[in-house]
Design a protein around this ligand. Structure first.
Ligand SMILES: Cc1cc2nc3c(=O)[nH]c(=O)nc-3n(C[C@H](O)[C@H](O)[C@H](O)COP(=O)(O)OP(=O)(O)OC[C@H]3O[C@@H](n4cnc5c(N)ncnc54)[C@H](O)[C@@H]3O)c2cc1C
Length: 405
């Protein structure tokens, strides 16, 4: 009998498998999809690399860097900070400590009218971990409360809110401040970037560390018992331990949880192909919250030309959460907003795909699941969702299972 069977080949399941392989545990990993990576993946379509929504890997993610040599992925980082659209024009807000042109970035930061001097000083203090006094941690119920108590409303509406909304994929009033305190240090100490071949390179390089004979694609678990998994194709695989590395909604189903919460956080974006990028810098563009359709614009080809094989620019437009309109309407309104931001050049942009990801992140209030002695769970929903925490959860779960063997 196998020591363990892992259900789910996202990055948490793969990380769990790597730990088993390292410690000589016999296992099989079964993934329902035709590729590994789950939500951390890419599609290769018509010569373009389309990540599953706009995602970035932070070079401060220690769970990743302790496993994968980022240079081997040809990982490159975006400029730290953002270009911010305001009613007064586009403004840079950069982190001079991370920019190659430190003096230029420092000057841009200092003279930017996004935020007062006090806002920038508080952000700097926060970055140095001095702003997180215990009282602030406990008194701020939500991220919105914390930001409102710490920065001016203009700084929040032009920079902090659109940025953190695009990280948490939710209204910041609904996100506990603790989630911000957990993720902020990674952003403060690291830079976000992309592997040359897209986010899929992360699970692909994890698969390279494993014996392919133990990995099975297109195999969906139907139900689980203490020591076996029954698959949709009728096969039953027995194992001493079952590790569920599936998304929260699926884990609830397989564990027959009471009182299910299937309201995951949605993300949507439109990928465009354009003869020229609207700006050349590898930087995140924040559109501000004064219109209801577009939140971010990123241009992966400004970082890696190989995201497009025909020399055209690949542009990823992140849409606001919870848009209540049909796809055609959303595309038309998005084009109008983009025309205002970047002028009539956007009329030459062609839609490649309008990606809608219903369960991009787990619900904010995930109720605890109740695995048993021989059934374990891992996945990003066990803490604040991120690539780093998904990997950490896979590793920790593997170690717990190994202790029982
Ligand atoms: C649009 C978007 C943007 C994001 N941005 C960022 C970012 O910038 N930075 C960051 O750190 N994180 C980001 N994330 C979050 C990050 O991608 C996830 O936290 C992480 O990939 C979750 O990994 P996981 O293994 O826990 O879950 P998943 O990736 O969901 O893996 C679960 C796997 O289980 C499989 N499965 C499901 N049901 C079955 C079944 N019955 N049988 C077998 N297999 C099954 C699924 O196919 C999937 O492969 C983003 C996510 C999205 C979607």
């Amino acid at each position: 009998m196998l020591d363990a069977i892992i259900v789910g080949g996202g990055i948490s399941g793969l990380r769990c498998a790597i730990e088993f392989a390292r410690q000589g545990v016999s296992y099989k990993l079964c993934e329902s999809n035709d590729h590994f990576g789950g939500r951390c993946s890419s599609q290769y379509f018509d010569g373009f690399v389309l990540d599953r929504g706009f995602q970035v890997l932070l070079d401060s993610y220690t769970e990743v860097t302790s496993l994968i040599e980022l240079d081997s992925l040809n990982f490159k980082t975006f400029m730290s900070g953002a270009m911010v659209h305001t009613s007064r024009g586009n403004r840079f807000l950069l982190d001079p400590s991370k920019d190659k042109r430190k003096l230029w970035a420092f000057w841009k930061m200092l003279t930017s009218d996004v935020g007062t001097f006090r806002d920038k000083w508080r952000l700097f203090r926060l970055k140095m971990q001095k702003g997180l006094e215990r009282t602030q941690r406990t008194e701020s119920a939500s991220v919105a409360d914390y930001l409102a108590g710490s920065f001016t409303s203009r700084f929040n509406s032009e920079f902090m809110s659109p940025f953190w909304e695009s990280v948490f994929l939710a209204d910041l009033q609904s996100v506990p401040a603790t989630h911000f305190f957990e993720l902020f240090p990674f952003f403060a100490s690291g830079s976000g970037g992309l592997p040359e071949n897209g986010m899929q390179a992360i699970p692909d390089s994890m698969v390279d560390l494993l014996d392919k004979n133990q990995l099975v694609l297109n195999k969906a678990a139907k139900q689980i018992t203490e020591n076996a998994v029954e698959f949709e194709d009728g096969e039953l695989i027995a194992a001493k331990n079952v590790v569920l590395a599936v998304p929260y909604s699926k884990a609830q189903d397989l564990l027959a949880a009471d009182d299910k919460n299937h309201h995951g956080r949605k993300a949507s974006c439109i990928y465009y192909e354009a003869p020229e990028p609207p700006f050349e810098l590898p930087i995140l563009f924040l559109t501000g919250c004064d219109q209801k359709f577009v939140r971010t614009v990123s241009i992966p080809t400004n970082l890696h030309a190989g995201y497009s094989s025909n020399g055209n620019a690949l542009i990823c437009v992140g849409l606001a959460p919870g848009l209540d309109a049909n796809q055609a309407e959303i595309r038309a309104e998005t084009k109008n907003v983009l025309r205002e931001l970047f002028s009539a050049v956007v009329d030459d942009w062609q839609v490649i795909t309008h990606m809608q990801i219903p369960d991009a992140l787990p619900p904010i209030d995930c109720k605890p699941l109740f695995p048993t002695d021989s059934i374990s769970v891992c996945g990003d929903y066990l803490s604040v969702p991120s690539i780093n925490n998904a990997l950490g959860s896979g590793r920790a779960t593997a170690l717990r299972v190994i202790e029982t063997l």
